[in-house]
Design a binder for this molecule. Structure first.
Ligand SMILES: Cc1cc2nc3c(=O)[nH]c(=O)nc-3n(C[C@H](O)[C@H](O)[C@H](O)COP(=O)(O)OP(=O)(O)OC[C@H]3O[C@@H](n4cnc5c(N)ncnc54)[C@H](O)[C@@H]3O)c2cc1C
Length: 346
């Protein structure tokens, strides 16, 4: 098959690698120039899952790990603090990982693809991996994004662990994710654009050196609200179809999981000499990310001050059960008691 992949983020890079290995004729288009292309992300994700996907793509994930977390400190409103035990949450060199995935792929950098002018007829499939931009798919039912930005900072001597500050009403959070010695990503996502913690971080770290400032909104709408996933020969994969865990704005692993579903459906359709089965893809995506809709509802209710732990107990229980089942995929402990305390504290 002749396939155009639009967007060299985690979804586009992984898919291009895998499709190329399977013998498809792949061209990846990325709007950024090669030298300035930078994965806007705090580079934190589950080691277990990245080991799994790296192996499939022919990479050794150990070569990319920066920091293996042990405990995540969570500062909460009213001076409360919680600690989460970490089971494989790491930061890794996401830029290098994605770059290495593309070692054998034909990549056209510096091309900002537009649906109207893109030669769609030249390709069997066009994969919309443009993330938040969703440049090739029609408008979804309900899009909801949270503004976010971060700094890459150096010269930080007193923090060597994951730290987040949760905002009242779950309206966002501040993060510090350590990378290699003395460097880290520090930033915040905040629906109110106040970004509490960022200025305070610089005040308390006068020697911090800013290497980079980057940002873009993060999509919190789950796949259920991001249909359609396909439009003629265009197929969306990754954040463009809402594969972000809404409570955390965490999208690396969910995007890779959506890539896996795409590849399975494509392989099956190809083996029967049939067109890509869009119906099967839709069902599998909705099924895999079904509970993200409940999590999204919890987040929106909390943001609107309407979450009631008694009335919405079933929603919370459903979130807990699904997260507990996927504990390894998240990389941190999932405890109902802590979850309840966090929801109440925010
Ligand atoms: C500040 C911030 C921090 C985050 N931190 C984390 C984290 O620590 N852990 C985590 O799991 N998730 C995190 N996320 C979310 C996660 O980064 C995304 O959900 C994930 O990267 C989505 O992957 P993707 O491949 O679908 O899209 P992206 O990674 O966004 O890739 C899309 C690519 O498409 C390109 N593109 C867009 N439009 C066009 C066009 N018209 N033509 C050509 N190319 C185009 C873009 O330049 C980009 O390279 C964070 C997000 C932000 C914004």
């Amino acid at each position: 098959m002749k396939i155009a992949v639009i967007g060299a983020g985690v979804a586009g890079s992984y898919l291009s690698n895998m499709l190329d290995k399977e013998g498809h004729e792949v061209t990846l288009f990325e709007s950024n120039k090669k030298n300035s292309h930078w994965p806007v992300c705090a580079w934190g994700a589950s080691k277990h899952m990245l080991e799994y996907f790296s192996k499939k793509a022919g990479l050794d994930f150990n070569n990319y790990i920066f920091h293996v977390g042990k405990k995540l400190k969570m500062s909460l409103p009213n001076q409360k603090t919680e600690f989460l035990d970490l089971y494989g949450l790491v930061t890794y060199n996401k830029k290098q990982w994605e770059n290495d995935l593309l070692a054998n792929v034909n990549v056209e950098y510096g091309i900002n693809c537009d649906k109207k002018t893109f030669p769609k007829e030249k390709y069997d499939y066009i994969l919309d991996c443009t993330g938040f931009h969703r440049r090739f798919l029609p408008r979804p039912k309900e899009d909801f994004v949270i503004p976010a930005y971060e700094y890459l900072v150096e010269n930080i001597s007193d923090i060597d662990e994951f730290h987040v500050i949760g905002y009242k009403g779950a309206r966002g959070y501040f993060w510090y994710f350590p990378l290699s010695k003395g460097t880290g990503f520090m930033g915040a996502g905040d629906i109110d654009r106040k970004y509490f913690g960022v200025k305070e971080f610089f005040d308390s770290h006068p020697n911090a050196k800013i290497v980079k400032k980057i940002g873009r909104p993060i999509r919190l709408s789950p796949p259920k609200l991001m249909e359609p996933f396909c439009d003629n020969n265009i197929i969306g994969v990754g954040e463009s179809i809402g594969t972000v865990f809404p409570m955390l704005g965490e999208g690396i692993i969910p995007s890779l999981l959506s890539c896996e579903i795409f590849l399975q459906v494509l392989e099956k359709s190809t083996s029967y000499n049939q067109k890509f089965n869009q119906k099967e893809y839709r069902e599998k995506i909705l099924n895999k990310f079904q509970y993200y809709y409940d999590v999204y509802k919890i987040v929106r209710l909390k943001m609107d001050g309407k979450l009631n732990t008694v009335k919405h107990f079933n929603l919370l229980l459903n979130m807990y059960k699904n997260m507990k089942r996927d504990e390894k995929r998240f990389g941190f402990e999932i405890s109902f008691e802590k979850m309840r305390r966090l929801v109440n504290a925010l």
